[in-house]
Ligand binder design. Sequence first.
Ligand SMILES: [Zn+2]
Length: 630
Amino acid sequence: MKNKDINKLNEEQLVTEINRHNKLYWEKNSPEISDEEYDLLIRRLEEINPEHELLRKYFAPNVASIGQVKTTPDTKMISLEKTYFFDNAPKGKKSLMSWAEDRARDKEELFYIQPKYDGISANYDGNILATRGQDSNDQNVSDKIPLIELETKGYKGPLDRPARGEIVIRDDDFKNIYKKIKRKSGTAYKNSRNAVAGIMGLKDISEIKAQGAKLTLVDYNLISYSVKYKNLKSKWPEILKNIESLPYPMDGIVVKLADSNYSKSLGETAAFPRGMIAFKLAGARKKTTLKDVAWSSGKNNLTPKGVLQPVELGGVTISNVTLHNYQYLLDRDIRIGDTLTIERAGEVIPHVVNSEPGTDRISPFINECPSCSSKVEVSGVELRCTNPLCPEKIIQRLCAAVKALGIEELGEPTIRKMTKVLGVKNIKDILTLTLNDIYKLEGFKEKSATKLYNNIQNAKRTTDYQFFAALNIAGLGQTFAKSLLKKYTFNELRQLSAEQLAEIDQVGPTMSESIYKALREKSVIIDELLSLIDIENTKNSLDSVSRPTVCFTGKMPEKRSYYEKLAEENGYSPVDKVTKELDTLVVADINSNSSKIQKARKMGIKIIQLDSWLSEIEEAEKKQYRQETL
Ligand SMILES: [Zn+2]
Protein backbone atom coordinates (compact mmCIF):
# COMPACT_ATOMS: atom_id res chain seq x y z
CA MET A 1 0.00 0.00 0.00
CA LYS A 2 1.39 3.36 -1.00
CA ASN A 3 1.73 6.33 1.29
CA LYS A 4 -0.92 8.33 -0.51
CA ASP A 5 -3.32 5.37 -0.42
CA ILE A 6 -2.92 5.18 3.34
CA ASN A 7 -3.92 8.83 3.56
CA LYS A 8 -7.20 8.01 1.83
CA LEU A 9 -8.27 5.48 4.48
CA ASN A 10 -10.74 6.61 7.10
CA GLU A 11 -10.35 5.64 10.74
CA GLU A 12 -12.50 2.52 10.47
CA GLN A 13 -10.66 1.25 7.39
CA LEU A 14 -7.29 1.95 9.03
CA VAL A 15 -8.24 0.04 12.16
CA THR A 16 -9.42 -2.92 10.08
CA GLU A 17 -6.16 -2.88 8.13
CA ILE A 18 -4.00 -2.61 11.28
CA ASN A 19 -5.90 -5.42 12.98
CA ARG A 20 -5.48 -7.60 9.91
CA HIS A 21 -1.69 -7.01 9.86
CA ASN A 22 -1.43 -7.56 13.62
CA LYS A 23 -3.13 -10.91 13.20
CA LEU A 24 -0.81 -11.88 10.32
CA TYR A 25 2.24 -10.84 12.31
CA TRP A 26 1.44 -11.99 15.83
CA GLU A 27 -0.78 -15.00 15.28
CA LYS A 28 0.13 -16.36 11.85
CA ASN A 29 3.80 -15.33 11.82
CA SER A 30 3.43 -14.41 8.16
CA PRO A 31 3.52 -10.61 7.78
CA GLU A 32 2.49 -9.20 4.40
CA ILE A 33 4.10 -5.81 4.90
CA SER A 34 7.40 -4.53 6.26
CA ASP A 35 7.77 -2.89 9.67
CA GLU A 36 8.16 0.48 7.95
CA GLU A 37 4.90 0.09 6.11
CA TYR A 38 3.17 -0.98 9.31
CA ASP A 39 4.54 2.13 11.01
CA LEU A 40 2.97 4.31 8.31
CA LEU A 41 -0.45 2.86 9.15
CA ILE A 42 0.11 3.47 12.86
CA ARG A 43 1.33 7.01 12.29
CA ARG A 44 -1.69 7.78 10.13
CA LEU A 45 -4.03 6.48 12.84
CA GLU A 46 -2.19 8.63 15.35
CA GLU A 47 -2.81 11.66 13.12
CA ILE A 48 -6.53 10.96 12.77
CA ASN A 49 -7.22 9.87 16.32
CA PRO A 50 -4.31 10.15 18.77
CA GLU A 51 -6.52 8.70 21.50
CA HIS A 52 -7.32 5.45 19.70
CA GLU A 53 -6.90 2.45 22.02
CA LEU A 54 -5.10 0.47 19.32
CA LEU A 55 -2.14 2.84 19.69
CA ARG A 56 -1.68 1.85 23.31
CA LYS A 57 -2.26 -1.84 22.89
CA TYR A 58 0.58 -4.19 23.65
CA PHE A 59 1.01 -7.13 21.32
CA ALA A 60 2.74 -10.39 22.04
CA PRO A 61 2.98 -13.68 20.18
CA ASN A 62 0.64 -16.42 21.32
CA VAL A 63 2.47 -18.73 23.68
CA ALA A 64 1.30 -22.04 25.10
CA SER A 65 0.67 -21.03 28.68
CA ILE A 66 0.44 -23.30 31.69
CA GLY A 67 -1.26 -20.59 33.70
CA GLN A 68 -1.43 -16.84 34.25
CA VAL A 69 0.76 -14.69 36.43
CA LYS A 70 -0.11 -11.27 37.78
CA THR A 71 1.94 -8.55 36.12
CA THR A 72 3.92 -6.14 38.22
CA PRO A 73 3.36 -2.67 36.73
CA ASP A 74 7.04 -1.80 36.26
CA THR A 75 7.73 -4.85 34.13
CA LYS A 76 5.17 -3.71 31.56
CA MET A 77 6.66 -3.17 28.14
CA ILE A 78 5.13 -0.48 26.05
CA SER A 79 5.45 0.41 22.40
CA LEU A 80 8.15 2.91 21.51
CA GLU A 81 8.42 5.84 19.20
CA LYS A 82 10.60 4.89 16.24
CA THR A 83 13.09 6.68 14.08
CA TYR A 84 15.01 5.45 11.05
CA PHE A 85 17.51 8.31 10.93
CA PHE A 86 20.42 9.16 13.16
CA ASP A 87 20.90 12.74 12.06
CA ASN A 88 19.69 14.92 9.18
CA ALA A 89 16.31 13.25 8.84
CA PRO A 90 14.31 14.19 5.74
CA LYS A 91 11.74 16.93 6.19
CA GLY A 92 8.91 15.95 8.50
CA LYS A 93 10.79 12.98 10.00
CA LYS A 94 12.48 12.87 13.36
CA SER A 95 16.11 11.88 13.83
CA LEU A 96 17.65 10.30 16.90
CA MET A 97 19.88 13.35 17.39
CA SER A 98 16.99 15.82 17.26
CA TRP A 99 15.10 13.63 19.74
CA ALA A 100 18.11 13.57 22.08
CA GLU A 101 18.67 17.31 21.66
CA ASP A 102 15.08 17.94 22.72
CA ARG A 103 15.46 15.71 25.78
CA ALA A 104 18.93 16.71 26.98
CA ARG A 105 18.78 19.34 29.70
CA ASP A 106 22.46 20.01 29.19
CA LYS A 107 25.39 18.40 27.41
CA GLU A 108 26.07 16.10 30.39
CA GLU A 109 22.65 14.42 30.10
CA LEU A 110 23.16 10.66 30.25
CA PHE A 111 21.49 8.21 27.85
CA TYR A 112 21.41 4.41 27.93
CA ILE A 113 21.75 2.58 24.64
CA GLN A 114 20.61 -1.03 24.37
CA PRO A 115 19.80 -3.48 21.58
CA LYS A 116 16.14 -3.96 20.80
CA TYR A 117 15.87 -7.72 20.46
CA ASP A 118 13.36 -9.26 18.12
CA GLY A 119 11.97 -12.02 20.32
CA ILE A 120 9.58 -12.53 23.22
CA SER A 121 9.92 -10.39 26.33
CA ALA A 122 10.15 -12.54 29.45
CA ASN A 123 10.76 -12.34 33.18
CA TYR A 124 12.18 -15.10 35.42
CA ASP A 125 11.78 -14.48 39.13
CA GLY A 126 13.82 -17.54 40.15
CA ASN A 127 10.71 -19.68 40.17
CA ILE A 128 8.32 -18.85 37.33
CA LEU A 129 9.23 -17.88 33.79
CA ALA A 130 6.58 -15.50 32.45
CA THR A 131 6.06 -13.79 29.13
CA ARG A 132 4.07 -10.62 28.78
CA GLY A 133 0.50 -11.42 27.76
CA GLN A 134 -1.75 -9.42 25.49
CA ASP A 135 -3.98 -8.36 28.40
CA SER A 136 -3.02 -7.41 31.92
CA ASN A 137 -1.81 -10.86 32.92
CA ASP A 138 1.44 -12.55 32.03
CA GLN A 139 1.64 -16.12 30.81
CA ASN A 140 3.41 -18.78 32.79
CA VAL A 141 5.75 -20.60 30.41
CA SER A 142 7.95 -22.32 32.99
CA ASP A 143 7.59 -25.60 31.10
CA LYS A 144 9.95 -24.12 28.44
CA ILE A 145 12.80 -23.61 30.95
CA PRO A 146 14.61 -26.83 29.92
CA LEU A 147 15.08 -25.33 26.42
CA ILE A 148 16.48 -22.02 27.65
CA GLU A 149 20.02 -20.86 28.17
CA LEU A 150 20.48 -17.61 30.08
CA GLU A 151 23.01 -14.99 29.01
CA THR A 152 23.52 -12.32 31.62
CA LYS A 153 26.46 -10.28 32.97
CA GLY A 154 29.29 -12.73 33.74
CA TYR A 155 27.16 -15.83 33.29
CA LYS A 156 26.04 -18.09 30.48
CA GLY A 157 24.24 -21.33 31.29
CA PRO A 158 20.98 -22.93 32.43
CA LEU A 159 18.25 -20.57 33.62
CA ASP A 160 18.92 -20.76 37.36
CA ARG A 161 18.72 -17.15 38.56
CA PRO A 162 16.30 -14.21 38.22
CA ALA A 163 16.55 -12.26 34.98
CA ARG A 164 14.48 -10.03 32.74
CA GLY A 165 15.14 -10.08 29.04
CA GLU A 166 14.10 -11.39 25.68
CA ILE A 167 13.76 -14.98 24.49
CA VAL A 168 15.46 -15.32 21.12
CA ILE A 169 17.40 -17.82 19.04
CA ARG A 170 21.01 -16.77 18.53
CA ASP A 171 21.93 -16.26 14.88
CA ASP A 172 24.69 -18.90 15.11
CA ASP A 173 22.30 -21.39 16.74
CA PHE A 174 19.72 -20.79 14.06
CA LYS A 175 22.32 -21.45 11.38
CA ASN A 176 23.83 -24.54 13.00
CA ILE A 177 21.11 -26.22 15.05
CA TYR A 178 17.88 -25.22 13.40
CA LYS A 179 18.70 -26.34 9.88
CA LYS A 180 18.39 -29.92 11.18
CA ILE A 181 15.26 -29.34 13.29
CA LYS A 182 11.97 -30.30 11.71
CA ARG A 183 8.55 -28.99 12.63
CA LYS A 184 5.56 -31.33 12.86
CA SER A 185 4.87 -30.59 9.20
CA GLY A 186 8.33 -31.98 8.37
CA THR A 187 9.69 -28.63 7.19
CA ALA A 188 12.37 -26.44 8.76
CA TYR A 189 11.64 -23.06 10.36
CA LYS A 190 11.81 -20.14 7.89
CA ASN A 191 13.54 -17.69 10.23
CA SER A 192 14.49 -17.42 13.88
CA ARG A 193 11.55 -15.18 14.71
CA ASN A 194 9.13 -17.80 13.41
CA ALA A 195 11.02 -20.50 15.27
CA VAL A 196 10.85 -18.70 18.65
CA ALA A 197 7.16 -18.01 18.28
CA GLY A 198 6.53 -21.55 17.04
CA ILE A 199 8.42 -23.23 19.89
CA MET A 200 6.94 -20.98 22.57
CA GLY A 201 3.54 -21.92 21.20
CA LEU A 202 4.11 -25.68 21.62
CA LYS A 203 2.09 -27.44 24.29
CA ASP A 204 4.63 -30.24 24.50
CA ILE A 205 8.33 -29.55 24.03
CA SER A 206 9.64 -33.13 24.38
CA GLU A 207 9.91 -33.75 20.63
CA ILE A 208 11.64 -30.48 19.82
CA LYS A 209 13.93 -30.87 22.84
CA ALA A 210 14.92 -34.32 21.60
CA GLN A 211 15.98 -32.70 18.31
CA GLY A 212 18.35 -30.40 20.22
CA ALA A 213 16.35 -27.14 20.04
CA LYS A 214 17.73 -24.32 22.19
CA LEU A 215 16.43 -20.87 23.07
CA THR A 216 18.34 -18.02 24.68
CA LEU A 217 17.12 -15.54 27.28
CA VAL A 218 19.27 -12.42 26.83
CA ASP A 219 19.21 -10.27 29.93
CA TYR A 220 18.33 -6.65 29.06
CA ASN A 221 21.26 -5.53 31.20
CA LEU A 222 23.79 -7.70 29.37
CA ILE A 223 24.52 -5.11 26.74
CA SER A 224 23.98 -1.49 27.70
CA TYR A 225 26.06 1.56 26.86
CA SER A 226 25.83 4.79 28.79
CA VAL A 227 26.71 7.90 26.82
CA LYS A 228 26.57 11.60 27.59
CA TYR A 229 24.66 13.81 25.19
CA LYS A 230 27.85 15.65 24.23
CA ASN A 231 29.47 12.35 23.15
CA LEU A 232 26.45 10.75 21.50
CA LYS A 233 27.33 11.82 17.99
CA SER A 234 30.99 10.82 18.16
CA LYS A 235 30.44 7.50 19.93
CA TRP A 236 27.42 6.41 17.92
CA PRO A 237 29.20 4.80 14.93
CA GLU A 238 31.20 2.47 17.17
CA ILE A 239 28.20 1.54 19.33
CA LEU A 240 26.12 0.92 16.22
CA LYS A 241 28.82 -1.32 14.79
CA ASN A 242 29.13 -3.26 18.05
CA ILE A 243 25.41 -3.76 18.41
CA GLU A 244 24.95 -4.73 14.77
CA SER A 245 27.61 -7.41 15.13
CA LEU A 246 25.86 -9.08 18.10
CA PRO A 247 24.69 -12.65 17.46
CA TYR A 248 21.04 -11.95 18.38
CA PRO A 249 18.10 -11.12 16.12
CA MET A 250 17.39 -7.43 16.60
CA ASP A 251 15.14 -4.91 14.93
CA GLY A 252 16.57 -1.79 16.41
CA ILE A 253 18.36 0.00 19.20
CA VAL A 254 16.65 1.52 22.24
CA VAL A 255 17.91 4.88 23.46
CA LYS A 256 16.55 6.15 26.75
CA LEU A 257 17.17 8.80 29.36
CA ALA A 258 19.26 7.40 32.21
CA ASP A 259 17.53 9.64 34.76
CA SER A 260 14.34 7.66 35.22
CA ASN A 261 12.62 10.32 37.33
CA TYR A 262 13.19 12.95 34.66
CA SER A 263 12.09 10.45 32.03
CA LYS A 264 8.85 9.78 33.93
CA SER A 265 8.26 13.52 34.41
CA LEU A 266 8.17 13.95 30.62
CA GLY A 267 5.17 11.65 30.54
CA GLU A 268 3.78 9.99 27.44
CA THR A 269 2.24 10.93 24.14
CA ALA A 270 -0.94 9.10 23.21
CA ALA A 271 1.17 6.17 22.08
CA PHE A 272 4.69 6.33 23.49
CA PRO A 273 6.67 7.26 26.57
CA ARG A 274 8.65 10.45 25.84
CA GLY A 275 11.82 9.31 27.55
CA MET A 276 12.66 6.44 25.16
CA ILE A 277 12.96 5.93 21.44
CA ALA A 278 13.75 3.00 19.17
CA PHE A 279 16.27 3.52 16.42
CA LYS A 280 15.43 1.05 13.68
CA LEU A 281 18.42 -0.70 12.17
CA ALA A 282 19.08 -0.03 8.53
CA GLY A 283 16.89 -2.08 6.24
CA ALA A 284 18.33 -4.86 4.22
CA ARG A 285 20.50 -4.31 1.16
CA LYS A 286 20.47 -6.67 -1.77
CA LYS A 287 22.11 -6.94 -5.14
CA THR A 288 20.09 -7.42 -8.29
CA THR A 289 20.28 -6.91 -12.05
CA LEU A 290 19.04 -3.81 -13.82
CA LYS A 291 16.94 -5.38 -16.58
CA ASP A 292 15.69 -2.22 -18.26
CA VAL A 293 15.26 1.52 -17.84
CA ALA A 294 11.75 2.82 -18.53
CA TRP A 295 11.38 6.54 -19.29
CA SER A 296 8.07 8.21 -18.53
CA SER A 297 6.82 11.73 -19.23
CA GLY A 298 6.43 14.14 -16.39
CA LYS A 299 5.06 17.67 -16.73
CA ASN A 300 8.45 18.97 -17.81
CA ASN A 301 10.91 16.11 -18.14
CA LEU A 302 11.35 12.44 -18.89
CA THR A 303 11.96 10.38 -15.76
CA PRO A 304 13.94 7.12 -15.72
CA LYS A 305 12.73 4.16 -13.68
CA GLY A 306 14.91 1.09 -13.16
CA VAL A 307 13.22 -2.22 -13.95
CA LEU A 308 14.84 -4.82 -11.67
CA GLN A 309 15.13 -8.54 -11.45
CA PRO A 310 12.67 -8.75 -8.52
CA VAL A 311 14.27 -9.07 -5.06
CA GLU A 312 12.80 -9.35 -1.59
CA LEU A 313 13.79 -6.63 0.83
CA GLY A 314 12.46 -6.36 4.36
CA GLY A 315 9.56 -8.59 3.47
CA VAL A 316 8.54 -6.75 0.29
CA THR A 317 9.26 -7.65 -3.33
CA ILE A 318 11.03 -4.83 -5.12
CA SER A 319 10.89 -4.76 -8.91
CA ASN A 320 11.40 -1.04 -9.60
CA VAL A 321 13.72 1.64 -8.34
CA THR A 322 13.85 5.36 -9.04
CA LEU A 323 16.87 6.50 -11.05
CA HIS A 324 16.03 10.20 -10.61
CA ASN A 325 17.21 11.82 -13.85
CA TYR A 326 19.58 11.80 -16.82
CA GLN A 327 22.53 13.18 -14.88
CA TYR A 328 22.15 10.58 -12.11
CA LEU A 329 22.64 7.75 -14.62
CA LEU A 330 25.47 9.58 -16.32
CA ASP A 331 27.37 10.38 -13.10
CA ARG A 332 27.24 6.77 -11.90
CA ASP A 333 27.65 5.26 -15.36
CA ILE A 334 24.64 3.02 -14.71
CA ARG A 335 23.71 0.91 -17.73
CA ILE A 336 21.19 -1.85 -18.41
CA GLY A 337 22.76 -5.19 -17.41
CA ASP A 338 24.64 -3.74 -14.41
CA THR A 339 24.33 -5.11 -10.89
CA LEU A 340 22.71 -2.64 -8.49
CA THR A 341 22.76 -2.74 -4.69
CA ILE A 342 19.31 -1.73 -3.50
CA GLU A 343 18.51 -0.56 0.02
CA ARG A 344 15.24 -0.05 1.81
CA ALA A 345 16.28 1.76 4.95
CA GLY A 346 13.70 3.71 6.80
CA GLU A 347 12.17 5.34 3.81
CA VAL A 348 9.62 3.19 2.12
CA ILE A 349 11.02 4.03 -1.30
CA PRO A 350 13.94 1.77 -2.20
CA HIS A 351 17.05 3.42 -3.58
CA VAL A 352 20.31 2.51 -5.30
CA VAL A 353 23.35 2.40 -3.00
CA ASN A 354 25.93 1.17 -5.45
CA SER A 355 26.33 -0.18 -8.97
CA GLU A 356 28.79 -2.59 -10.58
CA PRO A 357 29.22 -2.99 -14.33
CA GLY A 358 27.62 -6.09 -15.84
CA THR A 359 29.09 -8.10 -18.70
CA ASP A 360 26.56 -7.17 -21.40
CA ARG A 361 25.93 -3.48 -20.93
CA ILE A 362 23.35 -1.44 -22.85
CA SER A 363 22.98 2.34 -22.75
CA PRO A 364 20.03 3.41 -20.57
CA PHE A 365 19.35 6.53 -22.66
CA ILE A 366 16.74 7.06 -25.34
CA ASN A 367 16.81 9.25 -28.46
CA GLU A 368 13.08 9.45 -29.00
CA CYS A 369 10.21 10.38 -26.71
CA PRO A 370 8.40 7.16 -25.70
CA SER A 371 5.00 8.79 -26.21
CA CYS A 372 5.37 10.92 -29.37
CA SER A 373 8.67 9.70 -30.89
CA SER A 374 9.99 13.25 -31.16
CA LYS A 375 13.66 13.92 -30.56
CA VAL A 376 14.75 14.24 -26.92
CA GLU A 377 17.30 16.76 -25.66
CA VAL A 378 19.36 17.24 -22.51
CA SER A 379 18.23 20.21 -20.45
CA GLY A 380 20.24 20.72 -17.27
CA VAL A 381 20.23 17.42 -15.42
CA GLU A 382 17.14 16.21 -17.24
CA LEU A 383 16.19 14.63 -20.52
CA ARG A 384 13.14 16.15 -22.16
CA CYS A 385 10.94 15.74 -25.21
CA THR A 386 11.43 18.58 -27.71
CA ASN A 387 7.83 18.50 -28.91
CA PRO A 388 5.85 21.29 -27.19
CA LEU A 389 2.66 19.45 -28.15
CA CYS A 390 3.82 16.07 -26.83
CA PRO A 391 0.48 14.49 -25.81
CA GLU A 392 1.83 12.84 -22.68
CA LYS A 393 3.50 16.06 -21.53
CA ILE A 394 0.22 17.93 -22.04
CA ILE A 395 -1.64 15.38 -19.91
CA GLN A 396 0.94 15.53 -17.10
CA ARG A 397 0.87 19.35 -17.15
CA LEU A 398 -2.92 19.32 -17.05
CA CYS A 399 -2.87 16.91 -14.11
CA ALA A 400 -0.43 19.15 -12.24
CA ALA A 401 -2.46 22.29 -12.94
CA VAL A 402 -5.72 20.61 -11.90
CA LYS A 403 -4.04 19.48 -8.69
CA ALA A 404 -2.67 22.98 -7.99
CA LEU A 405 -6.10 24.55 -8.47
CA GLY A 406 -7.63 21.81 -6.34
CA ILE A 407 -10.39 20.80 -8.78
CA GLU A 408 -12.04 17.99 -6.89
CA GLU A 409 -12.71 14.57 -8.34
CA LEU A 410 -10.90 15.28 -11.58
CA GLY A 411 -8.21 12.65 -11.98
CA GLU A 412 -5.86 11.53 -14.70
CA PRO A 413 -8.29 9.06 -16.39
CA THR A 414 -10.90 11.82 -16.93
CA ILE A 415 -8.22 14.30 -18.01
CA ARG A 416 -7.07 11.74 -20.61
CA LYS A 417 -10.64 11.44 -21.89
CA MET A 418 -10.91 15.24 -22.04
CA THR A 419 -7.82 15.54 -24.23
CA LYS A 420 -8.95 12.73 -26.50
CA VAL A 421 -12.65 13.49 -26.86
CA LEU A 422 -12.81 17.26 -26.33
CA GLY A 423 -9.37 18.29 -27.57
CA VAL A 424 -8.48 19.92 -24.24
CA LYS A 425 -4.91 21.28 -24.39
CA ASN A 426 -4.50 23.59 -21.42
CA ILE A 427 -6.07 24.47 -18.11
CA LYS A 428 -8.11 27.26 -19.71
CA ASP A 429 -9.83 24.64 -21.90
CA ILE A 430 -10.85 22.74 -18.77
CA LEU A 431 -12.14 25.84 -17.01
CA THR A 432 -14.33 26.75 -20.00
CA LEU A 433 -15.91 23.32 -20.50
CA THR A 434 -19.71 23.37 -20.63
CA LEU A 435 -21.97 20.80 -19.02
CA ASN A 436 -22.70 19.51 -22.54
CA ASP A 437 -19.00 18.93 -23.16
CA ILE A 438 -18.73 16.85 -20.00
CA TYR A 439 -21.73 14.72 -21.08
CA LYS A 440 -19.71 13.68 -24.12
CA LEU A 441 -17.16 11.95 -21.86
CA GLU A 442 -17.70 8.24 -21.47
CA GLY A 443 -19.15 7.24 -18.12
CA PHE A 444 -20.64 10.65 -17.19
CA LYS A 445 -24.35 10.79 -16.35
CA GLU A 446 -26.43 13.76 -15.26
CA LYS A 447 -25.43 13.66 -11.63
CA SER A 448 -21.71 13.01 -12.10
CA ALA A 449 -21.42 15.52 -14.95
CA THR A 450 -23.14 18.27 -12.92
CA LYS A 451 -20.90 17.53 -9.99
CA LEU A 452 -17.71 17.78 -12.04
CA TYR A 453 -19.01 20.94 -13.74
CA ASN A 454 -19.67 22.51 -10.34
CA ASN A 455 -16.26 21.46 -9.03
CA ILE A 456 -14.64 23.19 -12.00
CA GLN A 457 -16.68 26.35 -11.38
CA ASN A 458 -15.67 26.31 -7.69
CA ALA A 459 -12.00 26.18 -8.64
CA LYS A 460 -12.37 29.53 -10.40
CA ARG A 461 -12.23 31.20 -7.01
CA THR A 462 -8.73 30.44 -5.82
CA THR A 463 -5.66 31.86 -4.16
CA ASP A 464 -2.90 33.60 -6.06
CA TYR A 465 -0.34 30.96 -5.07
CA GLN A 466 -2.49 28.09 -6.33
CA PHE A 467 -2.94 29.98 -9.57
CA PHE A 468 0.80 30.70 -9.81
CA ALA A 469 1.67 27.02 -9.17
CA ALA A 470 -0.89 25.93 -11.80
CA LEU A 471 1.23 27.68 -14.45
CA ASN A 472 3.66 24.75 -14.27
CA ILE A 473 6.86 26.75 -14.04
CA ALA A 474 9.64 24.24 -13.30
CA GLY A 475 10.65 24.31 -9.63
CA LEU A 476 7.76 26.54 -8.57
CA GLY A 477 5.32 24.70 -6.31
CA GLN A 478 2.60 26.13 -4.08
CA THR A 479 4.81 26.68 -1.03
CA PHE A 480 7.45 28.57 -2.98
CA ALA A 481 4.79 30.54 -4.85
CA LYS A 482 3.19 31.51 -1.56
CA SER A 483 6.43 32.83 -0.10
CA LEU A 484 6.94 35.05 -3.16
CA LEU A 485 3.36 36.28 -3.04
CA LYS A 486 3.68 37.37 0.57
CA LYS A 487 5.94 40.17 -0.68
CA TYR A 488 4.42 40.95 -4.07
CA THR A 489 0.99 40.50 -5.56
CA PHE A 490 0.88 38.40 -8.71
CA ASN A 491 0.52 41.51 -10.88
CA GLU A 492 3.48 43.17 -9.16
CA LEU A 493 5.59 40.04 -9.77
CA ARG A 494 4.75 40.22 -13.48
CA GLN A 495 6.21 43.71 -13.65
CA LEU A 496 9.56 42.81 -12.02
CA SER A 497 12.71 42.40 -14.09
CA ALA A 498 14.78 39.22 -13.81
CA GLU A 499 17.29 41.19 -11.70
CA GLN A 500 14.59 42.38 -9.32
CA LEU A 501 13.24 38.83 -9.04
CA ALA A 502 16.71 37.54 -8.22
CA GLU A 503 16.89 39.95 -5.29
CA ILE A 504 13.98 38.23 -3.54
CA ASP A 505 15.12 35.83 -0.79
CA GLN A 506 15.26 32.17 -1.92
CA VAL A 507 15.16 33.06 -5.63
CA GLY A 508 18.51 32.39 -7.23
CA PRO A 509 19.63 33.72 -10.62
CA THR A 510 18.52 30.56 -12.49
CA MET A 511 15.10 30.54 -10.88
CA SER A 512 14.56 34.27 -11.42
CA GLU A 513 15.47 33.88 -15.10
CA SER A 514 13.04 31.01 -15.57
CA ILE A 515 10.20 32.77 -13.71
CA TYR A 516 10.82 35.93 -15.74
CA LYS A 517 10.85 34.03 -19.03
CA ALA A 518 7.80 31.91 -18.18
CA LEU A 519 5.70 34.92 -17.16
CA ARG A 520 6.45 36.55 -20.52
CA GLU A 521 6.00 33.40 -22.62
CA LYS A 522 2.68 32.62 -20.94
CA SER A 523 1.51 36.21 -20.91
CA VAL A 524 -1.45 35.66 -23.29
CA ILE A 525 -2.83 32.64 -21.46
CA ILE A 526 -2.23 34.28 -18.08
CA ASP A 527 -4.41 37.22 -19.18
CA GLU A 528 -7.05 34.85 -20.46
CA LEU A 529 -7.00 32.88 -17.23
CA LEU A 530 -7.15 35.99 -15.08
CA SER A 531 -10.35 37.01 -16.90
CA LEU A 532 -11.86 33.64 -15.92
CA ILE A 533 -10.48 33.27 -12.40
CA ASP A 534 -10.87 35.30 -9.23
CA ILE A 535 -7.63 35.24 -7.29
CA GLU A 536 -7.25 36.13 -3.68
CA ASN A 537 -4.02 37.94 -2.82
CA THR A 538 -1.71 36.55 -0.18
CA LYS A 539 0.13 39.85 0.31
CA ASN A 540 -1.35 41.81 3.21
CA SER A 541 -3.65 38.94 4.07
CA LEU A 542 -3.69 37.56 7.63
CA ASP A 543 -1.65 34.64 6.38
CA SER A 544 1.32 36.86 5.62
CA VAL A 545 1.46 38.59 8.98
CA SER A 546 3.32 36.04 11.03
CA ARG A 547 3.98 36.09 14.75
CA PRO A 548 7.60 36.32 15.93
CA THR A 549 9.07 32.88 16.65
CA VAL A 550 10.77 31.84 19.86
CA CYS A 551 12.72 28.71 20.78
CA PHE A 552 13.67 27.53 24.29
CA THR A 553 16.80 25.62 25.20
CA GLY A 554 18.57 24.36 28.32
CA LYS A 555 17.45 23.14 31.73
CA MET A 556 14.72 25.46 32.99
CA PRO A 557 12.86 25.53 36.31
CA GLU A 558 9.53 24.65 34.68
CA LYS A 559 8.64 22.21 31.92
CA ARG A 560 9.21 23.34 28.36
CA SER A 561 5.47 23.27 27.71
CA TYR A 562 4.92 25.88 30.43
CA TYR A 563 7.14 28.43 28.66
CA GLU A 564 5.73 27.59 25.26
CA LYS A 565 2.22 28.30 26.49
CA LEU A 566 3.39 31.56 28.03
CA ALA A 567 5.01 32.52 24.73
CA GLU A 568 1.82 31.81 22.80
CA GLU A 569 -0.24 33.89 25.20
CA ASN A 570 2.16 36.75 24.60
CA GLY A 571 1.97 36.73 20.84
CA TYR A 572 4.94 34.52 20.04
CA SER A 573 4.92 31.36 18.02
CA PRO A 574 7.08 28.72 19.78
CA VAL A 575 9.25 26.49 17.55
CA ASP A 576 11.57 23.50 18.21
CA LYS A 577 14.47 24.28 15.96
CA VAL A 578 17.01 27.00 15.42
CA THR A 579 16.68 28.10 11.79
CA LYS A 580 17.43 31.41 10.16
CA GLU A 581 13.72 32.28 10.42
CA LEU A 582 13.93 32.14 14.23
CA ASP A 583 13.50 35.52 15.95
CA THR A 584 14.52 34.81 19.55
CA LEU A 585 16.34 31.99 21.32
CA VAL A 586 15.57 31.92 25.04
CA VAL A 587 18.29 30.10 26.99
CA ALA A 588 18.54 28.80 30.53
CA ASP A 589 22.24 29.62 30.68
CA ILE A 590 23.66 32.32 28.43
CA ASN A 591 27.18 30.99 28.99
CA SER A 592 26.36 27.49 27.81
CA ASN A 593 27.79 26.30 24.54
CA SER A 594 24.99 24.00 23.42
CA SER A 595 24.62 23.32 19.72
CA LYS A 596 21.46 25.41 19.57
CA ILE A 597 23.23 28.40 21.07
CA GLN A 598 26.23 28.00 18.79
CA LYS A 599 23.95 27.77 15.80
CA ALA A 600 21.98 30.85 16.84
CA ARG A 601 25.22 32.81 17.37
CA LYS A 602 26.42 31.87 13.92
CA MET A 603 23.13 33.00 12.40
CA GLY A 604 23.09 36.21 14.40
CA ILE A 605 19.78 35.38 16.10
CA LYS A 606 18.78 37.27 19.23
CA ILE A 607 19.77 35.19 22.29
CA ILE A 608 18.28 36.09 25.65
CA GLN A 609 18.48 34.66 29.15
CA LEU A 610 15.21 33.19 30.46
CA ASP A 611 14.74 35.67 33.32
CA SER A 612 15.35 38.64 31.02
CA TRP A 613 12.80 37.29 28.58
CA LEU A 614 10.29 36.78 31.39
CA SER A 615 10.69 40.37 32.58
CA GLU A 616 10.44 41.56 28.96
CA ILE A 617 7.04 39.98 28.50
CA GLU A 618 5.97 41.19 31.92
CA GLU A 619 6.86 44.74 30.85
CA ALA A 620 4.97 44.30 27.60
CA GLU A 621 1.95 43.08 29.51
CA LYS A 622 2.03 46.11 31.80
CA LYS A 623 2.29 48.41 28.82
CA GLN A 624 -0.64 46.67 27.20
CA TYR A 625 -2.59 47.04 30.42
CA ARG A 626 -1.78 50.75 30.65
CA GLN A 627 -2.93 51.28 27.07
CA GLU A 628 -6.16 49.44 27.69
CA THR A 629 -6.96 51.40 30.81
CA LEU A 630 -6.13 54.80 29.36
ZN1 LIG B 1 7.01 13.53 -26.55
